[in-house]
Write a protein that binds this ligand. Sequence first.
Ligand SMILES: [Cu+2]
Length: 98
Amino acid sequence: MLRTLFLSSLIALSSLGLSAPALAAELQTIKLEVDNMTCSMCPYTVKKALRKVDGVTAVKAQYEGDGKGWAEVTFDPAKTDVQQLIQASTEAGYPAHQ
Ligand SMILES: [Cu+2]
């Protein structure tokens, strides 16, 4: 949903003749599903891992029960990307996916 909005605003802006570098400072927010959570402390570990990624400006995470949780990450797409965020959470022991 956010990704679609982001892409359609990119298309809208480029049709106005704005160049790509003008968008470089735009932050992007995505929500990842996070596996392997077992308690309400797990989100802290996930948050810590994601905040270490260069370009990440904000992280929210929550345990939803049943081994599942989520993380909402705001980042600068000029510095990092979804794959790196997924990797950081996964390396901390919590496999993430969109
Ligand atoms: Cu836990």
